[in-house]
Write a protein of this length. Structure first.
Length: 180
């Protein structure tokens, strides 16, 4: 997916910056300079046609919608259990979310298709970190207790998602910035 730039429109609530993305393919060409012993490979990222953009970017939005639904499933599970037990949680429950995104289709011209995605600002959200990876069910080790707590909660979310979907689905690759 190609990163095209950032718009400063307030399309997603609190966020004021939006990343504009498209899918692309890479075209390579070898160039032999006069007198040079080796050739130079030039690579160019070329956006897919609007139909292929729509197909690929719609899949991206669909995955985001399902991931959000799976996370909501976990919060519903946790809060229902707490209500059933008439109890307060013995620890803080991290509030997590996925970035907001939308599909934009050019109305005039060639009908280009773009994915608009909320920009997560390092200044307000903190440094990027990988909380869960898709190659292990174990969260990485964190020195910061808050990050460790969030990573353990995200591992828990995977177990709940897998169980509640009867072993059909879970979010496998959690990453992001500092969460409130």
């Amino acid at each position: 997916m190609a990163y095209l730039g950032i718009a400063s429109e307030n399309l997603f609530g609190q966020s004021t910056r939006v990343c504009i993305k498209q899918t692309f393919y890479t075209k390579s060409r070898d160039i032999q300079e006069l007198g040079a012993a080796e050739s130079i490979t030039l690579k160019q990222n070329i956006p897919h046609d609007p139909t292929r953009q729509a197909k690929g970017l719609t899949m991206e939005i669909t995955c985001l919608v399902w991931a959000r639904a799976l996370l909501d499933l976990v919060y519903d599970f946790v809060y229902k259990r707490l209500k059933d037990w008439d109890a307060e949680p013995p620890f803080s429950i991290p509030v997590m979310r996925f970035v907001n995104a939308a599909l934009a289709i050019e109305q005039n011209g060639e009908g280009q298709v773009y994915l608009l995605e909320e920009v997560v600002e390092e200044a307000s959200e903190g440094k990027f970190r990988k909380f869960m990876n898709n190659n292990s069910a174990m969260p990485p080790l964190f020195k910061d207790q808050g990050d460790k707590h969030r990573a353990e909660f995200l591992a828990f979310t995977q177990h709940v998602q897998y169980w509640k979907t009867k072993k059909n689905a879970f979010v496998s690759d959690y990453q992001g910035e500092r969460f409130p």
